[in-house]
Write a new protein. Structure first.
Length: 347
């Protein structure tokens, strides 16, 4: 064997030895050392894949579902409602006169039952469109009917699907007895070929935890409402849970479906211009301008503004989204220039 061949053989042998050493070192690095907790490493790996729900900031494995927005009846005869405890956000909005309705937003999960479902308004549809939500209602005002006929949003309405996707409860009388189930929502989206995957992420901002939200004036009790006690909400802060208990007319707000208590982590009160548009007392609502707002979280009140950013109503401070506490948010939309009269709070 000549010198060239000997040198080549030596190089190959050296490379093999180095490769073997490298593989051995990598194996030793991957293997648990004496006393190392294999379970801890597995737990760390599982935690690494957790995501934050886009509308609550709560951690979970994944949140691919498209937002679903349902109009829920808030007449005293419709209480307690089903499905409110599972909503990511609840918007409380005037429907006619001083009567409010709820728009319950579901994205991190969907309860088995939602209702009673009630009729649409044009500005409810505006909110659904901004959220890119699949919209659910039973009935409509004339303006809302026109928007739905134009397919402004993906939607189903009990006027067309009463007795199929929508079911009537025997425990209550119409119009307080229309309900829809998770199974029927999923069936409707499949039948109508509605895209069920989230297509637009909101830019809501969240604190890492409630303890991080400490700035603001102490506000242990918050009252939102005006003349009618049936539509006046009283929130009491629970310092251990860092959430609020909600009462209306002295009655604790609970979820009829599972008998759980409604416990929002944030109460966001905004004022916007309503106008009465007909003899029924129906309203119009302009959500384009933004305006003054108060954000309550972790037992404090924070003066903010509100704006619609990328279609979503959110608190803003110094031009950027103010942070929410992870959990459910309850949004009250009160008449323009009334926030001082509609909201009171005490330490």
């Amino acid at each position: 064997m000549n010198v060239t061949k000997l040198a080549a053989a030596a190089l190959v042998s050296t490379a093999l030895l180095l490769t073997g050493c490298t593989q051995k070192n990598e194996s030793e690095a991957a293997a648990p050392k004496d006393g190392q907790d294999v379970g801890a490493k597995t737990e760390q790996a599982e935690q690494a894949v957790l995501a934050a729900a886009p509308f609550t900031g709560m951690e979970g494995e994944a949140f691919p579902m498209r937002p679903i927005l349902a109009t829920i009846n808030n007449h005293p005869l419709a209480r307690p409602q089903s499905g409110l405890s599972k909503a990511d956000i609840v918007y409380e909005v005037l429907a006619e006169g001083n009567i409010t309705r709820f728009l319950a937003l579901y994205q991190s999960g969907l309860p088995d039952e939602i209702g009673p479902i009630r009729s649409a308004r044009d500005y409810f549809i505006d909110i659904a469109e901004g959220l890119d939500a699949f919209y659910i209602a039973h009935g409509y005002s004339p303006d809302a009917r026109d928007l739905l006929a134009q397919n402004t949003v993906d939607a189903i309405n009990g006027m067309q699907y009463d007795g199929t996707y929508f079911e009537r409860s025997r425990e209550r009388k119409a119009p307080h007895n229309s309900y829809i189930s998770k199974a029927h929502i999923e069936e409707a989206m499949a039948d109508l070929q509605i895209d069920g995957t989230i297509r637009k992420e909101p830019h809501l901002s969240f604190h890492p935890d409630a303890e991080s939200a400490k700035l603001g004036e102490i506000a242990a009790t918050v009252v939102v409402g005006q003349k009618d006690p049936n539509f006046t909400s009283t929130y009491t802060f629970d310092p251990e849970a860092h959430t609020y208990m909600r009462e209306v007319n002295g009655i604790l707000t609970t979820d009829k479906a599972d008998d759980t208590t409604i416990t929002p982590a944030n109460i966001f009160v905004i004022e916007a211009p309503y106008d009465t548009i007909d003899s029924e007392g129906r309203q119009s609502l302009d959500l384009s301008k933004g305006g003054p707002a108060i954000l309550f979280q972790n037992g404090v009140a924070l003066d903010t503004e509100w704006k619609v950013l990328d279609g979503v109503i959110m608190p803003v401070q110094h031009g950027v989204p103010a942070k929410l506490v992870p959990g459910q948010t309850w949004v009250h939309i009160v008449p323009e220039q009334s926030i001082g009269r509609s909201v009171t709070y005490t330490p």
